[in-house]
Write a protein that binds this ligand. Sequence first.
Ligand code: M6R
Length: 368
Amino acid sequence: QKQGFDWYMRKEIFEQPTAVADTLLGRLNDRGELVLDELRISPETLRRINKVVIVACGTSFYAGLVAKYAIEHWTRIPCEVELASEFRYRDPIVDPMTLVVTISQSGETADTLMAIRHAREQHAKVVAICNTNGATIPRESDAVIYTHAGPEIGVASTKGFTTQLVACYLLGLYLAQVRGMKYGDEIAALLGELERMPAAIQGLLDNSQPVLDLAAELADATSVLFLGRHVGYPVALEGALKLKELAYIHAEGFAAGELKHGPIALVSDELPVFVIVPPRGRDQLRDKVISNIAEVRARGARTIVLAEAGDEEARAVASNFIELPKVSTLLQPLLAVVPLQLFACELATVKGHDVDQPRNLAKSVTVE
Ligand code: M6R
């Protein structure tokens, strides 16, 4: 069943081009409109909502953090993202005008389930983004957008995450379409770019040997930092989570702008630092990230830089340079996360850990 792969996780990483393509399938009708047939909430209701609240846990929460950037940018609807485990305990402000979006690969996570029950008690509309047909969370939601990743066996979520990102982008674009914020050509252009993502992911997978070599070189690291800004920040968090759960290495993800506010004190020649650089065209942001890289490098850190192909300024401050295909900023997480998944999988393999069943973890967390 592992089809020649050593781990389900590695197989699932390599399934991402197909999983992403399947999640995008059949989304454009012959009038050039985005269709989300399964979203059984009327356009009128979606036009009335005045706030989006995303609730999720772990990797799914990080997908939600990316979604906030896309949804707010495309729709101008305020969007909050909250850990499901915190949500109902702080008496959150939700009402019938709130669209609550839950993201859960398994559809069985207890914290997320409790959060949506609470939201529905406040009469909010709830949309679930889920990978498991008929699971409890989609059953208890008003509507569901299924991701089509196929079963995810590895405890660490990989294709679950990238397909959640796709579903979030689709939801954001659909809201923008329904509310008249985006029209035919723009939607078609963004969908066209999404449709190029499977090939771009495949390209990263085909050229992943340097990432695997790097994992072998860094097998003795005791702590690793991940930095990113904008949508690169949740990717940094996800890179760190993968490393913690699989390689049992202390890892932290930070917003690169926070570096000077504390984390830089950790930096030394013993600390590898991964940095996700925004694509060109986001030059203000990109310049700042590049100077952050120079700052950690000046303190002796090994810098592993993920940046757009041809970004020579980023390459100049990199100890190791991981090239990402050109993509617009909002979609970059779909690509940037792939080398980080492979890195964690490989490092755990080198250390002799059980990648599919990391210690102390369960695939779905069905108790609060
Ligand atoms: O099934 P869910 O998406 O609700 O799961 C949420 C988290 O438990 C899950 O993403 C967890 O963080 C993974 N082990 C991450 O790899």
